[in-house]
Design a protein around this ligand. Structure first.
Ligand SMILES: NC(=O)c1ccc[n+]([C@@H]2O[C@H](COP(=O)([O-])OP(=O)(O)OC[C@H]3O[C@@H](n4cnc5c(N)ncnc54)[C@H](OP(=O)(O)O)[C@@H]3O)[C@@H](O)[C@H]2O)c1
Length: 278
């Protein structure tokens, strides 16, 4: 990825999961407060992608932001991750399911392309399967057709990534994972990503790490910076090269999360937080 391409990726992604009837209002609020990156999925079980699209339409109408200045990311979710509100024909082959899900996402989001399209999760927790390869190939086709700028995978282990690339698949541009301090903040996957210029997106940075938020070392930095422990965790995430997600429903937290971009940690502090959970 060129430095220009990297600079087009915002410093924070606003996540739209689990907001149900508040999805439109909260996404709109996040855009008004200044988020330039939106993460969603065509998975009605946890997301209301159509309401994200309504929020975008309102933001465009009120000149809060333009499509070109936004980073929109959505996901293909296979049958195992869906309920009965499917964005594709359950009996169609996987390539058709990807094409149908993508067409539905573009319709929901009122756009002709997304900036990033993620495979929500591999079919098996243990390995990268032939079915995953089929879905990935269909996603590559969608990108070739101009419907996605970049591709990524989510909920993957180091093993998935190694098997995926060993099988000859094109490496993803993004990896999006839940990030636990007790695994060195997904150290193995992050190392794989940094060696290949893959952008690691971390979610549940706060909810997965309550002990870190309560830790004295983090409280000490927060006191020095006049910030909150949550902001220190986001600053840490950015310092180790992550692109963090936040799903906050609180306007003040939205502002604080964005403001964390200006918190600078020393190398010692970064290394200290990196090993806090181990
Ligand atoms: N790929 C996947 O499978 C997957 C899975 C899960 C999530 N995601 C994505 O990641 C997004 C974020 O999910 P998440 O699990 O990281 O977060 P989340 O579950 O949406 O929750 C973030 C939590 O942190 C709190 N919070 C946020 N900013 C805070 C601050 N500055 N100070 C104190 N508390 C703060 C929020 O509380 P308040 O609301 O009170 O601020 C909320 O309880 C989702 O919306 C979704 O887009 C993807």
């Amino acid at each position: 990825m060129t430095s220009h391409e990297r600079s087009c990726i915002p410093q924070f992604l606003y996540g739209t999961a689990w907001k149900e009837g508040r999805t439109q209002a909260l996404t709109e609020l996040a855009l008004r407060i200044g988020f330039k990156g939106i993460d969603t999925a065509n998975q009605r079980r946890h997301y209301c992608e159509a309401d994200v699209g309504r929020a975008l339409a309102a933001a465009y109408r009120d000149a809060i932001v333009t499509r070109e200045h936004l980073f929109l990311q959505t996901k293909f979710t296979s049958l195992g991750g869906q309920d009965d509100r499917l964005p594709y024909d359950a009996h169609a082959d996987l390539a058709t399911q990807v094409a149908q899900s993508m067409a539905s996402s573009l319709d929901h989001l009122g756009t002709s392309y997304v900036d990033s399209y993620l495979l929500h999760g591999p079919m098996s927790n243990r390995r990268w399967t032939a079915a995953d390869a089929e879905v990935w190939a269909a996603m590559v086709d969608a990108r070739a057709a101009g419907r996605a700028r970049r591709l990524g995978v989510s909920n993957v282990s180091l093993r998935h990534l190694e098997q995926m690339t060993a099988a000859g698949a094109e490496a993803p541009t993004f990896v999006q994972n839940r990030c636990f301090a007790r695994t060195g903040w997904d150290r193995g996957v992050r190392a794989f990503c940094s060696e290949r210029d893959i952008v690691y997106q971390g979610f549940s940075l706060l909810t997965a790490n309550p002990d870190v938020l309560r830790h004295q070392a983090v409280a000490h930095i927060a006191a020095r910076e006049g910030s909150t422990p949550a902001q220190v965790v986001f600053a840490f995430a950015r310092a180790v090269g992550m692109l963090p997600l936040t799903g906050t429903s609180n306007a003040e937290h939205m502002k604080q999360d964005l403001a964390s971009c200006s918190i600078l940690l020393s190398e010692d502090e970064v290394r200290g937080i990196e090993t806090l959970g181990e």
